[in-house]
Ligand binder design. Structure first.
Ligand SMILES: [Zn+2]
Length: 483
């Protein structure tokens, strides 16, 4: 994508009457591999390239995109965006006012050791087949599935205000899932969780997952779950593992702090939020041990970058501080409405989509409860819940129910046996208010969530959540039935 495309698009937009314009170009390469039950199920490689032009005319947005990289297409797209902005004025509403983020110039590159696209296909497939063979040693599995994926994107952002930013982002990840089925139900186990673990970084991150080492134990758990007792129900102490905590943060904190939802600008996919602006700086969201940050600078996070898609630099901002709700995810358009500058969380799913407020890495900070084993030893009676299986949350993000793949009862500070089909429910601030311990940095993992959906038409974002296992008191635990 040439610099001429950017120049011509900006010139045409401003010449057409825009007060502001920005252009994003993107070339994205995606690879995905999948081995199922000992055979290669899929090997896909995809390349997508194009640009999008966003303009403000009389305080209204217009946007147009094109997959063609001819400079005359750039002009046409820019003029189309201007025409759309003029047409939007008919809709009424208050005009868009952007914050005064200064335009920056610079480059950013995801740090990595081993370029995932330079690793041979043979090596990547051998890894998946090795994992499959290891799972295959366990009797009683119905299906086994190992997956790998990588993304590299070169993108350029430039604005009429003088911003010019080039970024090269690299992501990769892998994981496996096994299923065991009997006449009554199906049980599934996933490693490392969330359909695999994905990070920004190189192939060294995939090697570090040690998938082969864990394949047998995780597979045995799926088979054992079929015979395990049902999870008991009642109010009890729960310890939630770090990957389920990642989903808990995602659904009950990450989404309700998106300021466009809060302001009613975006209500798709369980939109709107209980965290209305009158709660900012006031609401006790959780107990005093709960600290949550939105950190686009965290090494390895799927929500880690140099600048967002409005040219705002990556930042680490507090969201919940000692339990109090203190911050939103914002964009240049929404931040001034709460008297702030954008903290840089406006991102588009692709070059053909307009940026929306998306999570960066919304991280639960580690606490002082030591290791998971320390926390279990400190718990007389309770249940340890691990690996997400299902979730449901109301549209204000207040009432939720989660199911996990596996649970272990805790008696007198020890694991007292596996249980199947665990679920728990809660009301967001009450649940977080019952958090009395969070494990320390050694148990903290920055998880990747590559499938966060939002908007209409839907955009898929890659976001991150760091978390350590945490303990909650008086949680309603129930019995769900899945499969
Ligand atoms: Zn989501």
């Amino acid at each position: 994508m040439s610099g001429e495309v950017i120049e011509r698009a900006l010139d045409a937009a401003m010449g057409g009457g825009a007060s502001y314009a920005d252009v994003r170009t993107s070339e994205k390469r995606i690879e995905s591999l999948s081995v199922k039950d000992g055979t290669l199920q899929g090997a896909e490689s995809d390349l997508t390239a194009g640009f999008g032009v966003r303009v403000l005319v009389d305080g209204r947005w217009g946007f147009a995109a094109s997959a063609n990289s001819d400079p005359s297409d750039a002009e046409q797209a820019a003029l189309r965006a201007v025409a759309i902005a003029r047409a939007s004025a008919i809709g009424g509403g208050s005009p868009v006012i952007l914050d005064d983020t200064p335009p920056e110039r610079g480059t950013y590159q995801t740090p990595f050791v081993e370029d995932p696209f330079a690793v041979s296909l043979d090596d990547k497939l051998r890894l998946l087949f090795d994992v499959d063979a290891e799972m295959g040693r366990v009797a009683g599995l119905t299906t086994r599935h190992a997956t790998y994926g990588a993304v590299s994107e070169h993108k350029v952002f430039a604005s009429s205000a003088g911003a010019h930013l080039e970024q090269d982002l690299v992501e990769c990840g892998a994981g496996f899932t096994v299923t065991a089925v009997n006449d009554d139900e199906a049980q599934e186990r996933t490693y490392p969780a969330l359909g695999g673990q994905m990070v920004t970084g190189g192939f060294e991150a995939v090697r570090a997952l040690d998938l082969v080492v864990h394949a047998q134990e995780i597979s045995e758990q799926a088979v054992a779950l079929l015979e395990a007792p049902q999870c008991p129900s009642g109010e009890m102490t729960v310890i939630i593992d770090s990957s389920q905590m990642a989903l808990q943060v995602h659904e009950s904190c990450g989404h309700p702090i998106e300021l466009d939802r809060v302001l009613g600008m975006e209500a798709s996919f369980a939109g709107t939020s209980f965290l209305t602006t009158d709660n900012l700086g006031v609401l006790q969201y959780g107990s005093s041990v709960v600290n949550i940050d939105a950190d686009a600078t965290a090494p390895g996070g799927l929500g880690t970058f140099g600048w967002d898609d409005e040219g705002v630099p990556a930042q680490n901002v507090p969201i919940v501080s000692a339990g109090r709700f203190v911050g939103y995810l914002t964009s240049r358009e929404t931040a001034p409405i709460v008297g702030r500058q954008s903290m840089g969380s406006s991102r588009a799913g692709s070059w053909r989509q307009i940026p929306l407020i998306r999570m960066t890495n919304v991280n639960l900070r580690p606490g002082s409860a030591g290791s998971l084993e320390d926390l279990i030893a400190d718990t007389d009676d309770g249940i340890l819940l691990a690996t997400n299986r299902s979730w449901s949350i109301d549209d204000r993000r207040l009432n939720f129910q989660f199911g996990t793949q596996i649970g272990w009862l805790i008696k007198d500070g020890r694991r007292a046996g596996m249980v199947r089909n665990p679920t728990y429910t809660g009301i967001t601030p009450r649940f977080w208010g019952s958090c009395d311990a969070i494990c320390g940095p050694s148990e903290w993992t920055l998880w990747g969530v590559p499938n966060c959906g939002k908007g209409e038409p839907m955009q898929t974002a890659h976001v991150g959540h760091g978390a350590a296992p945490a303990r909650f008191r008086n949680v309603q635990v129930g019995v769900g039935r899945w499969g």
